[in-house]
Design a binder for this molecule. Structure first.
Ligand code: ARG
Ligand code: ZN
Length: 875
C-alpha cells in the first residue's frame, strides 16, 4: 500500500502528556500508558486514532471507564475510538515479548539487555499511540526490572527517582522536560558500565556526559567522549546552539540496524560508531565515530527541538544534520587542505552511491512524494543529496547569510513539527532572497547534467562560458524543469594561476558563483588576456554531472595547478576515468591497452610533491572504483572493468615502484598512534603506496607487507597489510588471516573486519562466501556481521558477485529471503544490490531479473523487501 505526501491530514487528537510504565521481562513485558489527549482544533477527522503493531491489548480505559470491543475497533495497524469527548485520559495496558523481536525495531533484546529503536515507526510496536512525528508530547517514564540482570535503567531526559522494589527488582523514573514525537522515545535496561564526566556549557551550566558500554569495553570509549565534547562546543560556537539538558547519554549496542539514533538525551549507537582504541579501530573508524557522534548530537536541535511534520520531510532533519556533521568534521581538521579532503570524500560518496540511486529504480526526490515503507527512504538521496541541497544555501547566501537563516528557522519553529518548505522560507526571508525555484531540488529526482562550453575571444579579451542544464527522467517524473544551480567557476592562465574575474562589469574575485536558473545561460568574463582553462564546479558547488570537452592537456594543467583542491582532484579523476573506460573496452573485446606515460607522469608528479598534504595525494592517486566505472557504461561488463583496473594498478605499481617505495618510507608514523588528520593522511598515503606495490608483487614487496602486518602498532596498518597480502595472494596470506582471527576473536568489530576483508577480496567467489557462512562466528542475526560478509560480497566484489553462471544472484536471492524472515530492514538494504540490473550485459541481465522474480514471487515478503524488488522489476 502506497502512502502519498499529498494525502497528509493533521492528527485528530493531540497528546499533552504521556506516562509510561514498563515491567521489563524478555518474554512478557507489560507496558502501561496514560495519555492526556485533546481534540485537535485543526483536524476535520472525528475519533481517536492510535497505531499499534503486534501488540496484545490487555485493557483500555477512557476517562476511567473500561472500553470493550465495540467501543473501539482494531483493524490492521490502527485502533480507533469513533466517539470521544474533547478531552480524554486514555489508560492502555499491553503485552509484548521483546526476546522474540528479531527486527531490532521497537523494544528488543540484544545480548541479554533491553534496547529500543523507534524511528521511524517503532513506537507503535511498544504501545498504542498516535505514532506520527507531528504529535509531540511530554514523556514521563517508569522502568521496573530485575536488579541483578538489569542494573542500569535509562530513558530520555532527567532521572527524577530511583529505588528498590524489594522483590529483587528496582525502578527508575525519568522525565523529559521537552515535548517530543514518539520516534524519539528510548529506554535501555541493561548490564552496562560508563565513562562519565561533567562538562561546562557556554552558559555556565554543568552537564553530565556519559558513554555506556558493556563491561570490558571501557578501554574504547575515550574517542566517543572526546567527540561528544567537541560536538557540544562546536554547535555553541558555529550555530549558537546549546545543550538543553543536564545530562546527555550515549549507549552502545552491538545489534543495531543503522549507525545510531538521536533519541532525546539518550542516543543509542551501533558499537561500530562508539568503540575505538588503536589496537582495534582504523583511522576510518575514528573518523566515523567523530562524524556520527556529532551527527546524533546535532540532531538535538535539527531534528528534536524542530522536527518533521511527516516522514516525507525526513531530509529536513537528515540533510541538514548531515551537512552539520560534515562541517563539524571539516572544522575539526581546521586547515583548508584538510577541509578539501573531507569534501573530496563527500563527492566520492555521492558518485559512488547517490548518483546510481538517482538513476535507478528507487530514484526519489530529496522530499519523496510517496512510499510503501518509510524505512526504505533512509537513503543517500535523503541524507547525502539532502546535505548537498543545504550546502547550496550556504554557497548562495554565504556563511553569514546561512547562519541568519538558521537563526530565523529556530526563532520561528522551535518545538514545532515542520516541512522542508519552512526551512527554505527561513533561508529566503532572513536574506531577502527569492528561493522559489530552489524548491525543485526537493521535488525533482534525478541528477542534473550541466553541459559547459567556453569561447575565448582574443580580440575582445573576453571568455564566454555557456552552461546548459538538463535532467534525465526518473520513475514518475518524465519531464524536469530547470534547477537553480550555483556553479563556482575560476579561470586558470597558462602559468597555472587564477585570473582575477570581471563578470558583467563587476569584480568577482578568483572564484565566481554563477547562478544557473535557465535551461541555458551564457556568462561573459571580460579583461581576459589569454585563453583560460576553466575550472568549473569548484568545491563541487552543486550535486550535478558536469560535462566539458576538456583535452588531456587542460586536465593535466588543472591537475597540476588548480587552486581549488576539489577540482584539482577532479581533473585527475577525469584523466583516470577516461583511461579506465578505454582499457575496459579493450579488455572486453579481447585486446590489451597499455597505460600511457603522460598519465603515469602526472601521477608521479603528485605522488612526490611534498608540498601537498599526504591525504590529498592519497585521494588524487586513488582510481575511481569499479562500480563508479560501471556507472559510466551503457552495458556493464564487471569482469572487464576489474581486469582493466587491475592492469592499471599493476602498471602504476611497476612504473612508480621507486617513488612508491620512497613515499612508503617517508610517510611512516612512528611513536604513539594518533587519529588526527595529518597522521591518518600519512598512513593513508603509505598504505595506498603499499597497495599499488602489491598490485605488482614480488618477494620484496610481499616481505614489506608481511613485515608491516607483523609489526604494526595499530589497526589501520594491520588491516592495510593484511589486505595487501590477500589481494596479492602472498605466500603468508592464509597464515596472516588465521593469526588475525586468533588475536581478535573476542573483538566483534574486528571479527567483522576479518569477514569483510575476505568478502571483498578478488579471489573470493560465491563458494568461498558460503564456506565462510559456516564459520562459528557467522550469524545472520547480527546486522554488522551480516553486512560484513554478505553485503561486502554483493556490493564490494563485483567481478565475483556477477559471476557469469549467475551463482552470485542465486546466493543474493537466498540471503534476502533468509534475512527478511528475521529483519526486514536489513534484508531490504541487501535487496538494493540488484538496483542496476538493467545496465548489465544481456546474459547477466536475464539472470539478475530471474533472481529478482524469484524473490518477488516467493510469497511472504515484508513491505520493505517487496517495495524494493517490485520497483526494480517495474522501473
Ligand atoms: N535518525 C537516525 C540518524 O540518521 C537514523 C534512524 C534510522 N532508523 C531506521 N529505522 N530507518 O541518525
Ligand atoms: Zn540523522
Amino acid at each position: 500500500q502506497t502512502i502519498y505526501r499529498k494525502d497528509y491530514t493533521p492528527p485528530t487528537y493531540l497528546v499533552d502528556t504521556v506516562e509510561l510504565g514498563f515491567d521489563l521481562d524478555p518474554d512478557r513485558t507489560i507496558v502501561a500508558s496514560r495519555l492526556a489527549m485533546v481534540r485537535n482544533p485543526d483536524s476535520v477527522g472525528e475519533g481517536i486514532e492510535l497505531h499499534g503493531v503486534n501488540l496484545q491489548l490487555v485493557t483500555l480505559r477512557m476517562n476511567g471507564k473500561t472500553l470493550h470491543p465495540g467501543d473501539y475497533d482494531i483493524s490492521g495497524d490502527m485502533l480507533r475510538i469513533p466517539s470521544a469527548p474533547d478531552e480524554v485520559t486514555l489508560e492502555i495496558e499491553t503485552l509484548t515479548a521483546p526476546v522474540k523481536n528479531t527486527t531490532l525495531n521497537g523494544l528488543y533484546v540484544s545480548n541479554g539487555n533491553f534496547f529500543t529503536q523507534c524511528e521511524a515507526e517503532g513506537f507503535r510496536s511498544i504501545t498504542y499511540f498516535p505514532d506520527r512525528p507531528d504529535v509531540m508530547a511530554k514523556f514521563t517514564v517508569m522502568l521496573r526490572a530485575d536488579k541483578k540482570k538489569y542494573p542500569v535503567l535509562l530513558s530520555n531526559g532527567n532521572l527524577i527517582d530511583e529505588g528498590d522494589l524489594g522483590d529483587g527488582r528496582h525502578y527508575a523514573k525519568w522525565e523529559d522536560p521537552f515535548k517530543k514525537p514518539s520516534y524519539l522515545f528510548a529506554l535501555v535496561a541493561a548490564r552496562l558500565v560508563c565513562q562519565e564526566e561533567t562538562f561546562r556549557l557556554k552558559d555556565g551550566r554543568d552537564a553530565l556526559l556519559q558513554v555506556w558500554v558493556e563491561d570490558g569495553n571501557l578501554d574504547k570509549t575515550d574517542y566517543a567522549m572526546q567527540s561528544l565534547k567537541n560536538s557540544i562546543r562546536w554547535d555553541e560556537e558555529r550555530f549558537g546552539l546549546e545543550l538543553d539538558l543536564d545530562r546527555f547519554m550515549i549507549v552502545a549496542v552491538s545489534d543495531f540496524n543503522m549507525g545510531a539514533m538521536e533519541n532525546k538525551g539518550l542516543n543509542i549507537f551501533n558499537t561500530k560508531f562508539v568503540l575505538a582504541n588503536p589496537r582495534v579501530a582504523t583511522d576510518v573508524d575514528y573518523a566515523g565515530i567523530e562524524a556520527v557522534v556529532g551527527h546524533e548530537y546535532f540532531h538535538n536541535w535539527t531534528g528534536n527541538r524542530v522536527t518533521c511534520r511527516d516522514w516525507f520531510q525526513l531530509s529536513l532533519k537528515e540533510g541538514l544534520t548531515v551537512f552539520r556533521d560534515q562541517e563539524f568534521s571539516a572544522d575539526m581538521i581546521g586547515t583548508d587542505s584538510g577541509r578539501a579532503v573531507t569534501r573530496i570524500e563527500q563527492v566520492r560518496t555521492l558518485r559512488q552511491a547517490q548518483f546510481p540511486e538517482d538513476a535507478g529504480p528507487m530514484a526519489h526526490p530529496v522530499r519523496p512524494d510517496s512510499f510503501v515503507e518509510i524505512n526504505n527512504f533512509y537513503t543517500v538521496t535523503v541524507y547525502e543529496k539532502g546535505a548537498e541541497v543545504v550546502r547550496m544555501y550556504q554557497t548562495l547566501l554565504g556563511r553569514e547569510g546561512f547562519r541568519k537563516g538558521m537563526d530565523l528557522y529556530f526563532e520561528r519553529h522551535d518545538e514545532q513539527a515542520v516541512e522542508c518548505d519552512d526551512f527554505r522560507a527561513a533561508m529566503a526571508d532572513a536574506n531577502n532572497r527569492d528561493l522559489a525555484q530552489f524548491e525543485r531540488w526537493y521535488s525533482q529526482a534525478g541528477t542534473p547534467v550541466v553541459t559547459a562550453s567556453g569561447r575565448y575571444d582574443a580580440g575582445a579579451g573576453a571568455f564566454a562560458l555557456t552552461l546548459t542544464q538538463s535532467c534525465p527522467p526518473t520513475p514518475g517524473q518524465p519531464d524536469k524543469l530547470p534547477f537553480h544551480i550555483p556553479v563556482a567557476v575560476g579561470l586558470l592562465g597558462a602559468s597555472g594561476k587564477d585570473m582575477h574575474l570581471t563578470l558583467d562589469g563587476a569584480k568577482a574575485g578568483t572564484t565566481a558563483i554563477l547562478e544557473l536558473t535557465e535551461p541555458s545561460q551564457t556568462f561573459r568574463f571580460t579583461g581576459i588576456k589569454e585563453e583560460p582553462t576553466p575550472s568549473i564546479l569548484r568545491d563541487f558547488s552543486a550535486p550535478v554531472v558536469l560535462e566539458y570537452p576538456y583535452t588531456d592537456e587542460q586536465l593535466l594543467h588543472l591537475f597540476s595547478h588548480d587552486s581549488d583542491p576539489v577540482n584539482r582532484w577532479e581533473a585527475g579523476q577525469r584523466l583516470a576515468m577516461e583511461r579506465l573506460l578505454k582499457m575496459t573496452a579493450a579488455v572486453g573485446s579481447g585486446n590489451k591497452l597499455a597505460l600511457d606515460d603522460t598519465f603515469i607522469d602526472a601521477m608521479r608528479k603528485i605522488l612526490v610533491d611534498a608540498s601537498l598534504d599526504a591525504a590529498f595525494r592519497e585521494n588524487a592517486l586513488l582510481l575511481p572504483s569499479e562500480s563508479m566505472v560501471a556507472e559510466q557504461m551503457d552495458m556493464v561488463n564487471p569482469q572487464a572493468i576489474h581486469l582493466a583496473r587491475q592492469a592499471m594498478r599493476h602498471t602504476i605499481g611497476t612504473s612508480l615502484r621507486k617513488e612508491l617505495l620512497a613515499q612508503y618510507e617517508a610517510n611512516q608514523t612512528p611513536g604513539e598512534y594518533s587519529p588526527d588528520a595529518v597522521s591518518a593522511g600519512k598512513r593513508g598515503l603509505k598504505n595506498l603506496a603499499l597497495a599499488y606495490l602489491s598490485a605488482a608483487p614480488d618477494d620484496d614487496i610481499n616481505m614489506l607487507a608481511q613485515r608491516q602486518f607483523d609489526r604494526a602498532g595499530n589497526m589501520t596498518d594491520r588491516v592495510a597489510a593484511l589486505v595487501s597480502l590477500i589481494h596479492s595472494a602472498a605466500p603468508g596470506a592464509a597464515d596472516a588471516l588465521e593469526r588475525f582471527y586468533a588475536e581478535f576473536d573476542n573483538e566483534a568489530l574486528v571479527v567483522d573486519k576479518w569477514f569483510a576483508i575476505q568478502a571483498a577480496a578478488p579471489g573470493t567467489d560465491v563458494a568461498a562466501v558460503r564456506e565462510l557462512m559456516k564459520h562459528p562466528a557467522f550469524t545472520l542475526k547480527n546486522p554488522n556481521r551480516a553486512r560484513s560478509l554478505i553485503f561486502n560480497f554483493c556490493n564490494g566484489n563485483p567481478a565475483q558477485f556477477h559471476a557469469p553462471d549467475g551463482s552470485g544472484y542465486a546466493f543474493w536471492a537466498e540471503q534476502v529471503k533468509a534475512l527478511d524472515a528475521l529483519n526486514p530492514q536489513v534484508a531490504s538494504r541487501l535487496a538494493r544490490s540488484m538496483d542496476r540490473w538493467r545496465r548489465y550485459a544481456p546474459a547477466l541481465q536475464t539472470q539478475m531479473k530471474g533472481a529478482l522474480q524469484k524473490v518477488s514471487g516467493s510469497g511472504k515478503l515484508s513491505n520493505d523487501v517487496n517495495e524494493v524488488v517490485s520497483k526494480a522489476l517495474t522501473n
